[in-house]
Design a protein around this ligand. Structure first.
Ligand code: HEM
Length: 507
């Protein structure tokens, strides 16, 4: 019996040892195979890379050379290198590589690549300091998509009808304060009226009626906290960042108070704030106060400056090229003849001449002058010149509306202000494919506020054209980088005289 037990114990010991060895052997084998496959893949990867050509690199002094040139004038640098190196080229700066993909033929992967291959998060993460935690580029992509969906629903379709009425009221109220005649800095005036419109439609009645001045000041500090240096060092202890952080904190508190008051009152409003309060995530969870505040700041940031810059350029071009101004005024006369004083979403939808004037100003002067992505895998690109290149993973890629929107093989006389290039029959923005006109981006992250932006800029300009005669009295402006966007340099001085458009002879 004892011998039997010993034998059994010995046998089970041997079996356990044997099993242990077997498992260890299997693990070793699997690890070896996996490592071998990885090595093989790396080897073939490097062979593919060494066989395929990398994009040409901009010659510059090592380490900082490219950076200095880029900082001095990124757009002129990209234009010059496009002419010299072709549609795909790389800038080396401070150990970073940025490959520029210029033109509709080469930018498809940047705009339409899967998020796992071509993402925004790595390059726009610095915005977390301004937008706050739990929103936009601070959250996993699946959550960001849900947040993007809230914006999409709040900025399109039927929502725009309601916004149109609010926008008209804001524009009428703002310009009623102008005198019979005078001289104004139109850039400043348009910033003010667009901020009022955006606040009313997105942040809500409470902000617009009681807190507008505070919000305007805080928003100004928030935008100024986005300096070029913030892209690399978003938390660098500098006064602009301290003001940004204080402004964000204060806005968060103000929005928190409004959200609680609205919820307690049981009232519902037609604005973006209400959509954010009412939204339920797919898992049934409600949006938190932090998220609502962060998302409001995000959407305000995305829409305010871009739209006010575009309104100003629209004015500068119309007042400079007066035959297009005359055509835009004539269109307003026709609208009055057809609809009288009624001006709403449907009437705005008929204003094609004004639409093309805005679109052309935006083609020539896109506020978002460069867009970036991070490549997570190597990808091949055939240049416009017909060469096969490979852009490696682990680096930035970029597209530039400021350069791509003026390519001579896409647009006839590309530097000329010619709104009629978008008219039926010419449609130059479509001839070279969907990515020929990228002022609003393209593909997967195409701007959600495009229709909202056109509506508010049309609102402002329809009002100005109907009620004022205007003349540009300062030189045509240049552009300048203003925090993260390209804006209008200096003032845009305009002399105005009040008038009322009348339709003669029942035309
Ligand atoms: C003329 C005015 C505007 C211009 C030129 C403009 C331009 C752009 C561009 C270029 C992008 C893409 C950025 C990228 O791919 O990296 C974008 C995205 C976006 N824009 Fe606009 N925008 C304007 C107005 C607005 C307005 C008024 C709003 C909201 C009220 C808005 C909300 C957004 C949002 C939420 C996105 C992100 C879309 C996404 O990631 O899927 N934009 N915009």
């Amino acid at each position: 019996m004892a011998i039997d037990l010993n034998l059994q114990e010995t046998m089970s010991l041997i079996t356990e040892k044997h099993q242990g060895r077997l498992i260890a052997g299997a693990v070793l084998l699997v690890t070896t195979i996996v490592s071998f496959i990885k090595l093989l893949l790396m080897w073939s990867d490097s062979r593919v890379r060494s066989r395929s050509r990398l994009p040409p690199t901009i010659p510059a002094v090592p380490i900082i050379g490219g950076l200095i040139r880029f900082m001095r004038g990124p757009i002129s640098m990209i234009r010059e290198e496009y002419a010299r190196l072709g549609s795909v080229f790389t800038l080396n700066a401070l150990g970073y590589r940025i490959t520029f993909l210029i033109g509709p033929e080469v930018s498809e992967h940047l705009f339409n690549g899967a998020e796992s291959e071509m993402s925004q998060r790595e390059v726009y993460r610095f915005t977390v300091a301004a937008f706050g935690r739990g929103v936009a580029f601070d959250v996993p992509y699946s959550l960001r998509l849900e947040q993007i969906r809230i914006f999409a629903e709040g900025l399109r379709g039927n929502k725009l009808r309601g916004y149109a009425t609010l926008m008209v009221c804001e524009a009428e109220e703002y310009f009623s304060k102008w005198g019979e005649s005078g001289t104004v800095d139109l850039k400043h005036e348009l910033e003010q009226v667009i901020l009022r419109i955006t606040s009313r439609c997105l942040l809500g009645r409470e902000v617009r009626e009681n807190l507008f001045d505070d919000v305007a000041t805080l928003f100004h500090d928030l935008c100024n906290g986005m300096q070029p240096v913030s892209v690399i060092f978003p938390y660098l202890p500098i006064p602009a960042h301290w003001r940004r952080d204080r402004a964000r904190q204060r806005l968060r508190e103000m929005f928190g108070t409004i959200i609680r008051a609205r919820k307690a009152s049981g009232r519902s409003e037609e604005d973006m704030l209400q959509r954010l309060i009412d939204y339920r995530y797919k898992d049934g969870r409600a949006t938190t106060e932090d998220e609502i505040a962060g998302l409001l700041i995000t959407v305000l940031f995305g829409g305010q400056q871009t739209s006010s810059i575009t309104s100003t350029w629209t004015g500068a071009y119309l007042l400079q090229f007066r035959r297009y101004l005359a055509a835009a005024v004539e269109e307003q006369e026709e609208a009055i003849w057809r609809h009288g004083d009624r001006i709403d979403h449907d009437v705005f939808a008929e204003m094609d001449v004004l639409y093309r004037c805005i679109k052309e100003a935006l083609r020539l002067q896109p506020p978002v002058a460069i867009m970036f992505r991070w490549s997570h895998s190597d990808f091949a690109v055939t240049t416009r010149e017909g060469e096969e290149l490979v852009v490696p993973k682990g680096q930035m890629v970029a597209a530039s509306p400021a350069v791509a929107n003026r390519l001579p093989h896409v647009y006839k006389d590309p530097d000329l202000y010619d709104p009629e290039r978008f008219a039926p029959g010419r449609s130059e923005d479509k001839a070279a494919g969907a990515l020929s006109y990228i002022s609003f981006g393209g593909g997967k992250h195409w701007c959600l506020g495009e229709f909202f932006a056109y509506l508010e800029i049309k609102t402002v300009w329809a009002h100005l054209l109907r009620n004022f005669e205007m003349e540009l009295v300062s030189p045509f402006p240049e552009n300048e980088w203003n925090s993260m966007l390209v804006g209008v340099k200096g003032k845009l001085m305009v002399k105005y005289t009040r008038r009322k458009l009348v339709v003669v002879d029942g035309k």
